[in-house]
Write a protein that binds this ligand. Structure first.
Ligand code: PAF
Length: 282
């Protein structure tokens, strides 16, 4: 397993693999890898001959008041995890390698990004689409792997790949949870002991919503109100949103009459966490 810092080194390695007729999977990450990322690497390792993991905290997808500076980083830990899960190459560039002086081309999307996280993080998806396009152009993978925890991101990337005729298969992988239910996230490391306990309201609300859907509830407001009530009972929690949207358009719906995504974003203290379920997976 190799760690490289430059675009040229990635291209050289991937060209060599291609010359041998090997397939390539890409797992884009911002590092500080956990079992959620490991499941993406496992999936890529299963489906492809070689796996590239990008490990880059992308400044472009953070707003001015967000956690770019404090975002956790640990390349040694990441290298160990990638190696253990069968990854072959880590691309760990500096920001200057990805965004040279005078960088001025962006990938923006006018639909799908105007709801959910796009409302509270207005520059986020432009940053994600731009960096993911760049990674796709650098690695030119056959397949790329993204977690369903970032459900809106997954929908946005699928849409971008379709809009821009990118010849890459996008694979969405299930949410990985801690044993008590909390969805794995690099941002969980920000939580104090009390906040870690309080953060359980997210998964509890998700399981509550799922149960209501399983038991036949079709009215979105009834489900949302019950989930909100549960979260609001936790003093350390502050809701950003609890919404049910059409899977294809990310627009809010009133009744569960089509495949839908129930998504939540909640601040626990200063840490913003997300979780979700797809009604089709219930
Ligand atoms: O999901 C993430 O970690 C990031 O948004 C991604 C896809 C690696 C782009 O920076």
């Amino acid at each position: 397993m190799k760690i490289v810092k430059t675009i040229d080194e990635v291209r050289r390695q991937v060209k060599e693999w291609r010359a041998q007729g090997l397939t390539v999977g890409l797992v884009p990450t911002m590092g500080y890898l956990h079992e959620g990322h490991a499941s993406l690497i496992d999936a890529s390792h299963r489906d492809n001959d070689r796996t590239v993991v990008s490990d880059f905290v992308n400044p472009m997808q953070f707003g001015p008041t967000e956690d770019l500076e404090s975002y956790p980083r640990d390349i040694e830990h990441d290298a160990k995890l990638v190696e253990e899960h069968g990854g072959d190459l880590i691309f760990n560039p500096e920001p200057e390698e990805m965004y040279h002086e005078g960088f001025s081309s962006f990938v923006d999307m006018t639909v799908l990004t105007q709801e959910l996280c796009g409302l509270s993080r207005p520059v986020h998806f432009r940053g994600v689409c731009t960096v993911v396009s760049k990674l796709f152009n650098i690695v030119k993978p056959d397949r790329a792997y993204f977690g369903k925890k970032d459900a809106q991101q997954l929908a946005v990337i699928r849409h971008m790949v379709d809009d821009l005729n990118m010849d890459i298969e996008i694979i969405g992988c299930p949410i990985v949870r801690e044993s008590d239910g909390l969805a794995k996230s690099s941002r969980n490391t920000y939580l104090s002991e009390a906040e870690r306990k309080a953060a359980l309201v997210l998964s509890q609300a998700i399981f509550l919503g799922k149960d209501m859907v399983k038991n036949g509830e079709k009215n979105c407001s009834v489900i949302i109100d019950a989930m909100k009530k549960h979260i609001e009972a936790e003093p350390l929690a502050r809701i950003d949103y609890v919404k049910i949207v059409d899977c294809a358009t990310m627009q809010q719906i009133g009744a569960l009459d089509r495949p839908a995504l129930c998504a939540i974003a909640v601040y626990i203290g200063k840490t913003r966490l997300i979780d979700n379920f797809f009604t089709e997976d219930v």
